[in-house]
Ligand binder design. Structure first.
Ligand code: KG4
Ligand code: ZN
Length: 338
């Protein structure tokens, strides 16, 4: 692959993320502004609020990122950027449009190729970013975010088979919804992880739906319902601190058990030993521990801050799958999967 400096833009949910990445792996600058604090009260992202914030922050984020990356030459109109990459889906349409329209404009004005990137494939590439030990193909990839739980077999760059996914809630959604039931903040994953630290993961025996089924699909809604019942049975408006900690640890363990079991199943079925973890839930320390216990050094993931939404992963995905499109043909598409 030719050396390339890529500007990545990612605005699929609450974040306005811009990064400059060299050769798919080396981050020159990584800027992220998020409207998450504005959504904390409602316990979930309000699309209208998210896109309005993105409209305000996209240009400053791009300017800051280019400056930080050191790619702007005094007196030159065009920075030292070879390619512009952008998330085109899946995501919130109003949010996606902000990034897609900004990147189209830059591609047109700078006369640089534009590469549209699937958000979930972006998460997959986080394992290549700033990783001294990049993954080796073939790999089984588990992409676990707030809206998706997908398992893929990747034979090489750009060659992916979708093996399974969730039939109802996503893994991140299971964290977010159960955290809400416990009165913890949004996003729920980090809140449950923190509360779990002082909890007993064996105190509540929660269901692990589909865990022992032979297929590679997931289901988390039964786990959420079990937590609803448990909280009702406890019969208190305000749960005791230790109950919250024990429930958090039990929920985290149940979700992670399912994720590890299905990844194991895929690895055995396709006789693949290398595993890539991506998506916000991949930031979970206990999930990383359990995956490492199961697969040893053949499990690959990024720093936690690159597991959650960011633009460096988008630039990396564009580098390894470089297929430019005319700027006019790139459309935001919230429904696209792979
Ligand atoms: O990939 P991401 O940042 O955004 C989407 O594409 O959805 O993932 C966000 C999800 C949320 O559901 C959040 O609760 C979860 O990732 N998450 C975590 C952790 N950090 C974020 N889940 C478990 N443990 C974490 N440490
Ligand atoms: Zn994401």
């Amino acid at each position: 692959m030719n050396p390339m400096t890529i500007l990545g833009i990612e605005t699929s949910c609450d974040e306005t993320a811009v990064a400059v990445v060299k050769n798919g792996t080396h981050v020159l600058a990584n800027v992220l502004s998020s409207s998450l604090p504005l959504h904390a009260k409602t316990g979930g992202v309000i699309p209208e609020i998210a896109s309005r914030e993105q409209i305000k922050s996209i240009v400053p984020a791009i300017e800051t990122c280019l400056q930080k990356a050191g790619v702007v030459r005094y007196g030159e109109k065009t920075p030292e950027i070879d390619v512009v990459a952008v998330t085109f889906g899946p995501g919130l349409i109003g949010s996606l449009l902000v990034g897609v329209e900004a990147s189209k404009t830059l591609s047109f004005v700078w006369k640089k190729p534009l590469v549209p990137v699937n958000h979930l494939i972006g998460h997959f590439y986080s394992a290549w970013v700033e990783n001294r030990r990049p993954p080796k193909f073939p790999v089984i990839a588990l992409v676990v975010s707030g809206g998706h739980t997908e398992i893929l077999l990747a034979h090489d760059h750009g060659q992916y088979n979708h093996l399974g996914g969730t039939l109802d809630d996503a893994a991140g959604e299971a964290f977010d919804k159960t955290a809400r039931l416990l009165g913890l903040g949004y996003p729920g994953g980090p809140a449950i992880e923190t509360a779990s630290k002082t909890g007993d993961l064996k105190r509540y025996n929660l269901p692990r739906p589909l865990m022992n089924d032979p297929n590679l699909d997931f289901s988390f809604s039964g786990l959420k319902t079990a937590v609803v019942r448990l909280v009702e049975d406890l019969g208190k408006n305000v749960l005791e601190k230790q109950v919250i900690a024990d429930l958090s640890a039990s929920i985290q363990e149940a979700i992670n058990d399912i994720l590890v079991a299905k990844t194991r199943k895929a690895a055995d079925k396709f006789n693949v030993g290398n595993i890539v973890l991506g998506g916000g839930v991949a930031a979970n320390t206990r999930l990383r521990e359990k995956m490492t216990e199961t697969f040893g050094s053949r499990v690959y993931y990024s720093n936690p801050e690159l597991s959650t939404d960011n633009a460096a992963m988008i630039a990396s995905a564009a580098y390894f799958n470089f297929k430019p499109q005319p700027w006019k043909s790139v459309k935001a598409d919230p429904s696209v999967l792979f």
